[in-house]
Design a protein around this ligand. Structure first.
Ligand SMILES: NC(=O)c1ccc[n+]([C@@H]2O[C@H](COP(=O)([O-])OP(=O)(O)OC[C@H]3O[C@@H](n4cnc5c(N)ncnc54)[C@H](OP(=O)(O)O)[C@@H]3O)[C@@H](O)[C@H]2O)c1
Length: 226
């Protein structure tokens, strides 16, 4: 396989929200956190979008279980180097190096500041429509430059949507917390305009459904186009 294996993991409400417009909603239970940290411990890199860093400032480390050595890389998709220099993934260099994926157009000065804090910065191509960083190029560079064979994509909505939309996902885990939170201003699990014909929906095979404490863990595989 040319690209690394891609796993998505996300916690969602029953009505499909993964965060409010202000930031994180704690949807996982302790049992689910343990599962997520075991999953983190089994991959080479944990990847999120820059908005998740700006909104939640996560450490993206392995806790709850004995961390393996070396710890997984922390990878941030950040076209314009908007990541705050004070963020935990840049300030904490003991856990593992962070890799900031950016575009050629982002500020060299900020790239240098990030490197000075001990993180890596690499540039990748933009997508043809210039909207986002090219995910295939990103995955290829993670594999070629850092020997990353397995990536855990944790969010947020935009990043998950892009990986699904580009068919770059091998397996997806959704932990459903048994709550409705209202989705009017929520960040959703999948943020695309509604389709009018179910035949055009992104469809999955359900591999497993498992009760996990108060919630449900669903394991899915994308049905690839014939
Ligand atoms: N419930 C959960 O399991 C969970 C897990 C993680 C996060 N979250 C929540 O998700 C929310 C953030 O979600 P979000 O949708 O606002 O932002 P996000 O997915 O964290 O970050 C999206 C940003 O990443 C950058 N990016 C660069 N290349 C990209 C690409 N190819 N595909 C997608 N993004 C790319 C873009 O910013 P630039 O254009 O500036 O590069 C884009 O706007 C947070 O509130 C957080 O709490 C929930």
């Amino acid at each position: 396989m040319e690209r690394p294996e891609v796993i998505i993991n996300v916690a969602s409400s029953l009505d499909g929200a993964i965060a409010s417009d202000e930031g994180a909603l704690i949807l996982s239970t302790t049992e689910d956190f343990v599962r997520v940290h075991e999953l983190r411990n089994s991959v080479d890199a944990i990847l999120v979008g820059v908005n998740t860093i700006i909104k939640d400032d996560p450490l993206l480390s392995v806790r709850y279980v004995q961390p393996k050595e070396p710890a997984p890389f922390r990878v941030i998709l950040d076209t314009k180097c908007r990541i705050p220099l004070t963020s935990k993934v840049l300030q904490d260099q003991e856990t593992s190096p962070s890799i900031i994926i950016t575009s050629e157009g982002s500020s060299e000065d900020i790239q240098e500041e990030i490197r000075k804090l001990g993180s890596k910065v690499i540039t990748v191509k933009m997508e043809k429509n210039n909207r986002f960083l090219d995910l295939e190029d990103t995955l290829k560079k993670l594999k070629d430059q850092f020997n990353i064979d397995k990536v855990l994509v944790e969010g947020g909505s935009t990043v998950i949507t892009q990986f699904l939309d580009k068919n770059l996902v091998d397996i997806m885990y959704i932990f459903y917390a048994p709550v409705f939170v209202g989705v009017k201003n929520a960040k959703l699990l999948f943020e695309k305009e509604v389709i009018h014909n179910i035949g055009n929906a992104l469809s999955f095979e359900i591999r497993a459904v498992e009760k996990l404490h108060e919630g449900y863990l669903v394991t899915l595989k994308l049905k690839k186009d014939e």
